[in-house]
Design a protein around this ligand. Structure first.
Ligand SMILES: Nc1ncnc2c1ncn2[C@@H]1O[C@H](COP(=O)(O)OP(=O)(O)OP(=O)(O)O)[C@@H](O)[C@H]1O
Ligand SMILES: [Mg+2]
Length: 591
């Protein structure tokens, strides 16, 4: 299972194989050049000190060796730079591509999926889990390749130079690796325990300080301090446990790290006594093995690190594997130009199996007609209109646009014919212009201004010093509720949809603001097939007919004047919802 995740992740990094290879090559070179120092010392002993040479010749030789060493150390700096740069670039590009795919995919997932998930969790996966995963290529592939190549090459070289001394000097390395291999998972576990306790402690502090007024009012300060002591105690214990583990590990590692060279000195020293020519080799081995500990430690730790990173990658790929519920049928054609005839045919739908929210709803709207949908809270009004852009698919029955079952045409073409002005105006951080253009990014400035004029946006924008370039802050925080609604109406104007869905805002605007918005909406509705979830009597009266929903059923259907006359549910609803208005002023018939 984890292998599949690993390969899948690696597939994303294939386009960057050149960077990866270059980084591995530079890494091996960087480590090898570091060996220059012990190598020079060994050369000095062999070719300068030991040989029976004249003083001048010795100095020349010394300078040659020093020159080579300086060159090696000088080259090492840019190589170190490029190795890190290329490795980081490959890792970041890989994550860039995965993150793009995930974002695109998550946008395609249906509303049903998004309603089930907490936004914070999705954000965490797309942002922090992927950041965690970044190390998988760096530590899991590049470092492993680099360390293995370097270790094998160096070991082979030493074996070739003196097999006996090589075996003796390398024998602590596996021990060292085993210690790290065994201890690191424990250390990681201990670190996560500390993290967990810290989260708890932070949660407790935030909660209690957030409710400080309650704590004070009930004189609970002392009791809270005692509680906090327990909490801190647990945190403290975890920290100490981690410190003990860490200190044990470093002590053992340090012992082995100094024990290795000690063995070399003992064994090599014994030989050097008998033959001084052995000394340069001894120095070389002594110096080399010091450089082998870091790669050994990293290799011993790599499987745990990879497992940890893979867990993060798994969570990300799980998102990529979620199938969008709403998909185009294979080869589904685009919806041709439409007039806007909308038909609900025996539509039944619910969010949870066995619990239908809409039952057997049938009605038709002719092109250009406006229909008011009325019903108590929870009757299913929003649910009904959400079926038109195919945010959800019906359980049974179908929705037709100009005779096309909406499931048989491409979702994109369907939605591009539909405009929505929702109850909660949703704007994005950016300028007013950008927010209006969201409806049709390719529109000209003239078209944008025309839409703004129709929606009465120009009236308040012109008073702003920056005009349409005024930034409106996240979700439009710098605008009033009415202004935001007008921008969202302008946005709908600009995309010029054949079918319009309005969820009238319930927020109480003053009567002037309200009448401006009413006017803007009326202009917008002209000539378009409109479904409006009405919260105002004046809207209902303006519509061609009214659909009355009760507990997911279509109870009444007809023009306002006809429905209001009887002792209908509609009449009762009107009295409940618009009680403050004299209904007869809107009918003229009831005297
Ligand atoms: N995403 C959802 N998941 C599960 N159930 C839902 C979901 N949305 C709505 N419902 C349920 O479906 C029923 C109809 O909800 P809907 O939002 O369509 O009502 P409404 O008529 O628009 O009400 P209101 O006037 O309050 O906006 C309600 O019982 C609601 O609890
Ligand atoms: Mg609703």
């Amino acid at each position: 299972m984890w292998k599949m995740t690993f390969w899948r992740y690696l597939r994303y990094s294939i386009p960057y194989w050149r960077l990866i290879l270059a980084s591995i090559g530079c890494g091996v070179l960087k480590f090898s050049l570091a060996l220059g120092l012990p190598a020079s010392l060994s050369f000095v002993t062999k070719y300068v000190v030991v040989d029976d040479l004249s003083a001048t010749e010795k100095i020349v030789r010394l300078f040659i060796i020093l020159g080579l060493l300086t060159a090696a150390l000088a080259v090492r700096t840019p190589i170190t730079y490029w190795r890190s740069y290329w490795a980081s670039r490959a890792c970041s590009l890989t994550i860039f591509d995965i993150r793009m795919d995930v974002f695109r995919h998550v946008q395609r997932l249906s509303l049903a999926f998004h309603n089930r998930r907490r936004k914070g969790n999705l954000t965490a996966r797309i942002i922090s889990d992927l950041n965690d995963a970044q190390g998988l290529l760096g530590e899991g592939v590049i470092n492993v390749a680099m360390d293995s190549i370097f270790l094998c090459a160096t070991a082979l070289f030493l074996l070739f130079l003196d097999a006996q001394l090589a075996v003796v000097s390398l024998f602590t390395l596996p021990l060292y690796g085993i210690v790290y291999y065994r201890m690191n998972p424990k250390l990681r576990h201990a670190a996560s325990q500390v993290q967990k306790e810290m989260e708890e402690m932070a949660g407790e502090v935030t909660e209690k300080l957030g409710a400080i007024q309650v704590v004070k009012a009930f004189v609970r300060e002392e009791a809270e301090a005692e509680r906090f002591r327990d909490r801190q105690r647990r945190y403290f214990d975890r920290v100490i446990a981690r410190i003990r583990l860490r200190t044990t590990l470093t002590s053992i590692a340090e012992f082995l790290q100094s024990f290795g060279p000690l063995v070399v000195i003992c064994f090599g020293g014994y030989h050097a006594i008998q033959d001084t020519a052995y000394l340069p080799k001894l120095i070389l081995f002594y110096g080399f093995i010091q450089h082998l500990y870091l790669p050994t430690r990293r290799l011993a730790d790599c499987s745990a690190v990879i497992q940890e990173k893979l867990a993060a990658v798994d969570r990300v790929f799980e998102l990529l594997d979620a199938e969008p519920d709403i998909q185009d049928r294979p080869g589904a054609p685009a919806l041709p130009t439409i007039e806007g005839r909308l038909v609900f045919d025996k539509v039944t739908f619910g969010y949870q199996p066995g619990n239908p929210v809409l039952r057997d709803i049938s009605f038709a709207i002719e092109p250009g007609q406006a229909v008011a949908i009325v019903g108590r809270s929870g009757a299913g009004k929003t649910t009904l209109v959400n079926l038109v852009p195919r945010f959800y698919d019906t359980w049974s029955g179908a929705v037709f646009v100009d005779g096309h079952d909406i499931r048989n045409v491409s979702v994109k073409s369907l939605r591009s014919r539909i405009g929505m002005v929702l109850q909660d105006t949703i704007l994005f951080a950016g300028s007013i212009r950008e927010n209006i253009l969201y409806g049709r990014p390719g529109a000209t400035d003239e078209e944008m201004r025309r839409a703004a004029r129709m929606a009465h946006v120009d009236e308040f924008v012109e008073a702003m010093p920056m005009g349409y370039d005024t930034p409106i802050g996240e979700r439009g925080v710098t605008l009033s509720g009415g202004q935001k609604q007008r921008i969202s109406i302008a946005r709908a104007f600009l995309c010029d949809p054949r079918i319009l869905i309005l969820d009238e805002a319930t927020s109480n605007l003053d009567s002037r603001a309200e009448s401006i918005i009413q006017d803007a909406l009326k202009t917008l509705m002209r000539g378009r097939t409109t479904l409006v979830i009405a919260h105002r009597l004046s809207t209902v009266v303006d519509c061609d007919f009214v659909v009355v929903l009760d507990d997911g059923r279509l109870i009444e259907l007809g023009p306002h004047e006809a429905l209001i006359r009887n002792d209908s549910l509609y009449r009762r609803l009107c009295e409940e919802q618009f009680g403050h208005v004299r209904l007869d002023t809107f009918t003229g018939a009831i005297a």
